[in-house]
Design a protein around this ligand. Structure first.
Ligand SMILES: Nc1ncnc2c1ncn2[C@@H]1O[C@H](COP(=O)(O)OP(=O)(O)OP(=O)(O)O)[C@@H](O)[C@H]1O
Ligand SMILES: [Mg+2]
Length: 353
């Protein structure tokens, strides 16, 4: 995970130079707002699990051949838009042990390899994805065993101690039973390498949780759930996010209705996923910034949500009385879509409609 600040690419600098200054100033304010992180109590659980994982590496010389241990795999589970990827990058960037460093000979090492799980996945494709991520030159087609040998050697040579596998559900969602077992064994062997401690950080949606119940993995992982923002605590988190983004990250004033209903509408519009809720708040705040408004109101939310979701005015969760009956992810559909769905009942099932 390279976090070094690279100089601006000439192509980007060119486009930047062509922007009117007033536009650029606002765009920078918006980018600054979008880059901020909001910590929740779930971050404490994640930090605890990553602490345990870090110390398990620190003592690995002593515990080398110890029994399976729960600290070898940390999985962050939650629906799309929950905030898993953002949280993991934030936490990794806050941890000195996980950041790139220079050794005594000025060689740069980055102890975290970050990949997207290939889809469809096989143990060979997974190993190759890691090998490509490490930029190991490969001159011939490798078979599965050769690829894993190359990978194991490269992990040690490159001093990789963590592999962050995002969208980890791809590891299994299209695999058959034999492949799933092989992938579980591959993950197990990866975190049990006798001569080099490697830990896995997995982020994903279902069926990742089900995969982790497999015997090979069950004693080797801990899970942090990124739950839906549905109960009182969840709604309080959404409220906190709205206030923080508007007043602290964007330095504007908030004139949002102070009732529970507004926050419930916001949570509902986000399908109760925290990350999606922050995106809606940011979209509304962005409207205010572009309009030179100093105060963010529910009007900005109505307008932003219309753009964000593609909904019609009669289906806008921030304005209509029947908002609870609207399914946010379907907001963009129009009559022609519904006709198509009617004519294609089997495809309809694939989309979960
Ligand atoms: N704690 C947070 N503070 C501020 N913004 C956040 C936070 N969590 C998520 N977000 C924002 O929410 C959006 C969605 O989050 P993210 O992509 O991390 O979700 P995800 O769970 O990884 O979803 P997916 O499964 O689709 O990959 C991002 O734009 C991110 O900036
Ligand atoms: Mg993600």
């Amino acid at each position: 995970m390279n976090i070094a600040t690279a100089p601006m690419h000439p192509s980007i600098a060119r486009i930047r130079a062509l922007q009117p200054v007033h536009r650029l100033l606002k765009a920078d304010r918006i980018a600054h707002m979008n880059g901020r992180y909001i910590g929740l109590t779930r971050d404490d659980d994640l930090a605890y699990s990553l602490d345990a994982m870090e110390t398990s590496i620190a003592v690995s010389e002593i515990e080398k051949f110890s029994a399976p241990d729960k600290r070898r795999i940390v999985a962050v589970l939650g629906e799309s838009g929950a905030g898993k990827t953002t949280a993991l990058f934030e936490h990794i960037n806050q941890r000195p042990a996980m950041l790139p460093y220079l050794d005594e000979d000025d060689n740069e090492f980055d102890p975290v390899l970050s990949i997207l799980a290939p889809s469809p996945n096989t143990p060979l494709r997974f190993a190759m994805e890691c090998i490509h991520g490490l930029q190991v030159p490969i001159r011939k087609k490798l078979d599965e065993n050769e690829a894993w040998d190359v990978l194991r050697g490269a992990l040690k040579a490159r001093r990789i101690h963590w592999i962050l596998v995002d969208e980890a559900q791809h590891a299994i969602d299209t695999a058959n039973v034999i492949e799933i077992t092989k992938i579980a064994n591959a993950f197990k062997n990866l975190v049990q390498m006798p001569d080099w401690p490697v830990r896995l950080i997995l982020a994903g949606v279902e069926p990742l949780g089900t995969f982790l119940t497999m015997k090979q993995l069950t004693n080797r992982h801990t899970v942090v759930h990124f739950e839906k923002m549905k109960d009182d605590v969840g709604l309080a988190n959404v409220k906190h996010a709205a206030k923080t983004i508007i007043t602290q990250h964007a330095s504007l004033r908030s004139a949002l209705p102070d009732d529970e209903e507004f926050i419930s509408r916001l949570a509902h519009a986000a399908d109760h996923d925290f990350g999606t809720a922050t995106q809606i708040v940011r979209a509304a705040t962005e409207k205010a910034i572009w309009n030179d408004d100093a105060v963010v109101s529910d009007e900005h939310f109505k307008e932003a949500y219309r753009h964000f979701s593609g909904c019609t005015p009669l289906e806008n969760i921030f304005s209509v009385a029947h908002w609870k009956e609207i399914t946010p992810r379907l907001a963009k559909l129009r009559a022609a879509d519904l006709l198509w769905q009617k004519a294609h009942p089997r495809q309809r099932e694939v989309f979960g409609l």
